[in-house]
Design a protein around this ligand. Structure first.
Ligand SMILES: [Zn+2]
Ligand SMILES: [Zn+2]
Length: 199
């Protein structure tokens, strides 16, 4: 991998700004890759890794950048748990490590860098300099991936009997003998509701 500074430059360009969350995310991803022994996630090792992220904040963009895992490649899995944590899964060995940011690292940053003006500056400095053990907890875990959740898995699409929209494998519910999409089978789960067009 490139140096931390070089990766942070790329993260800044991709994310639109450099922030404490970016630095923390970059460090978290580098630690995960190091523990798994994955040296080149964006090229030679690009099919080895799946990453679960547990928050939709700045750090997640950085993790996607460093690991090369993207939603559109099915290699980035989002669990909306609001936690600054990620699990890195090596598909070639089935080893997985979950890494979480330590909640006390913010206080540590304030204690160590009181001369820096803002919390954000203190955190950015801390996240650049402190050893991994001060920033993260880590745990080896098992994270079973259903074959259908792996990148590259292929299966036929189904057409919903009610709305006529196509649905990828595994996202269909059988209701009264009909194959329905989730939105037709469970309207209560919809994130949208039909309404009149804007005037
Ligand atoms: Zn940010
Ligand atoms: Zn439908």
């Amino acid at each position: 991998m490139e140096s931390l500074d070089e990766i942070l430059r790329q993260a800044e360009a991709a994310h639109g700004h450099l922030c404490a969350g970016q630095i923390l995310g970059v460090r978290m991803a580098l630690l995960g890759l190091a523990r798994l022994g994955i040296a080149d996630p964006r090229a030679a090792d690009r099919k080895r890794l799946v990453t679960f992220v547990e928050i939709d904040r700045c750090a997640t963009d950085a993790i996607a950048l460093v690991t090369g895992c993207r939603l559109g490649k099915r290699a980035l899995k989002f669990r909306d748990w609001g936690k600054m944590a990620a699990t890195f899964v090596d598909l070639s060995t089935s080893r997985a490590i979950r890494i979480a940011a330590r909640e006390d690292s913010r206080e540590l940053a304030a204690r160590l860098y009181p001369h820096l003006e803002t919390k954000s500056q203190q955190q950015m400095q801390a996240y650049r300099e402190l050893p991994d053990a001060d920033l993260f907890t880590e745990q080896w875990v098992r994270a079973e991936l259903d074959p259908a959740d792996r990148p590259g898995y292929k299966a036929p699409r189904i057409v919903c009997a009610r709305c006529g929209e196509g649905v990828n494998f595994g996202r269909v519910a059988e209701v009264g003998g009909e194959q329905l999409c989730i939105s037709c089978a469970h309207p209560g789960l919809r994130y949208w509701q039909p309404c009149d067009p804007p005037a």
